[in-house]
Write a protein of this length. Structure first.
Length: 102
């Protein structure tokens, strides 16, 4: 099982280096850290489940792979529709709070 420090470091690196959780699985298989038939990795729903299934050596190799992985391009612009939806949701929340009677 990966150490607590390794698990924490992997979790931090995953946030920086991948956009989607399925990429974590793909990296583990493509770098031959786990076999293609690794059911725990296939069925994992969180990074904690994956790191708990890795040995310390596998976790170390995965850290090296993540460090070598290029940071993904992340868009900083939001569509007008998305901003309007967020604003509407915020207005609804403000309205609900305003109706509260303390």
């Amino acid at each position: 099982m990966a150490s607590q420090d390794q698990s924490s470091y992997i979790a931090d690196l995953v946030v920086l280096k991948v956009k989607e959780f399925k990429e974590v699985r793909e990296l583990l298989v493509s770098s031959q850290i786990v076999g293609a038939d690794a059911q725990i990795v296939k069925n994992a729903q969180s990074i904690n489940e994956i790191t708990n299934a890795l040995t310390e050596q596998q976790a170390s190799r995965f850290i090296d792979v993540l460090l070598a992985t290029k940071d993904p391009a992340r868009g900083r612009e939001y569509s007008k529709r998305r901003i309007e939806q967020a604003s509407a949701t915020l207005d609804d929340i403000k309205g609900t709070i305003a109706e509260w009677d303390f």
